[in-house]
Design a protein around this ligand. Sequence first.
Ligand code: GLU
Length: 449
Amino acid sequence: MAETSPVVRFAPSPTGRIHIGNARTALFNFLHAKKHGGRFVLRYDDTDRARSIKEFADGIAIDLEWLGVVPDFIARQSERIALYDAAATRLREAGYLYACYETEEELEYRRRRQIAQHRAPVYDRAALKLTAEDRAKLESEDRKPHWRFKLEHSTEIWTDGVRGDVSIDTRSLSDPVLIRADGSYLYTLPSVVDDIDMGITDIIRGEDHVTNTAVQIQLFHALDAKPPRFAHHNLLTLPSGEGLSKRLGHLSLSTLREEGYEPSAVAALSVLVGTSHNVEPVASLDELMGKVDLADISHSPAKFDPAELDALNARTLHMLPFANVAERLAVLGVNKGADAFWRAVHGNLNRLEDAREWWEVVSNNDTFSSDDPDLVAASIAHLPSEPWDGETWSKFTKAVAIATGKKGRALYHPLRLALTGREQGPELKALLPLIGRARARKRLEAASR
Ligand code: GLU
């Protein structure tokens, strides 16, 4: 049978803004789908009504768009409850769900006792032993049941797209609660129901979900569906080894965007770190797509180092073509000759907004002083006539060298200070034509005094 093209989903719960580790999951899904001509679904895992917030969902869409991740389809689980109700009824009728009445405190007490006795804190299935009368009595006391899925005790085995063959013994797991006492759904059932309904072919997510996969495979079978392929990627940690959390606002995509990082640098780092590839800048997600496969992901955690992002951001700017930044440069006020300006300065930027400073240098009327006013004064007579091009600086400085006998730093540094007011910066060969003769002359005159 021909391979069908993949359908993948990214399923964030809108309980906070997404961080660079969530971006890793979103990108692995998106790039996998695009590489194989498939589809990417953004599915908000928002059945937890108390914690899901619309502003977070809207924010996540903005964050993904900034990265360049464009969903083919967007779904909200809160709008699909009827499907979950139907699946729950089916499961209940087929005997897969059982009603439990323990309170959180009772369960917690039992867990503590099991741990004290060096036993695994696995739910003991006490509720399975309740008779119809027991249940009737509990309900007459107004106790509402929550519902667990009765796991088949077996070893679930799958070939993971990242980790190879994985097996989980379900005897080590508690029967998962699928439905809370108030009738609302926990993550597991809606997730599997939607994966079936949306024809998801590949579930690509963090390795914190490996255990869930064993449960979910059984749930797929219970609902008469073939489980999709699974791939669990390693998680990003901080250099200290600490995991990322949505509460760590400083690594949220919205913060990184506000701090002026390039989306393609954030994407490249979040995808390439912790794989067999070097972390290299890319100009686009298409380029990133060509680089990485699920099988290239390492099995150990991937360390995210903010200093590496700074370095990668600079390297990204140094290679980005003008077309990729034209709009944002216009927002910074860079207009006339922006293309030549970009070619002149991009090799010196750490953040795109640093371009504004150089735009000021080539376009405003500021004048500066220099550490060698005499040299600067002597240079004025040698300013070539316009038009100016990439050779002008060299013609000019050669003439000044002959006239003054200065060379090297003693020649270039005073002129750089006079023309730009800065010790360092982009090559003057490229800047000088942008500064133009009239402005250059005024600056040299001012710095001669
Ligand atoms: N909402 C879950 C999470 O963000 C989704 C997990 C999954 O992809 O199945 O971890």
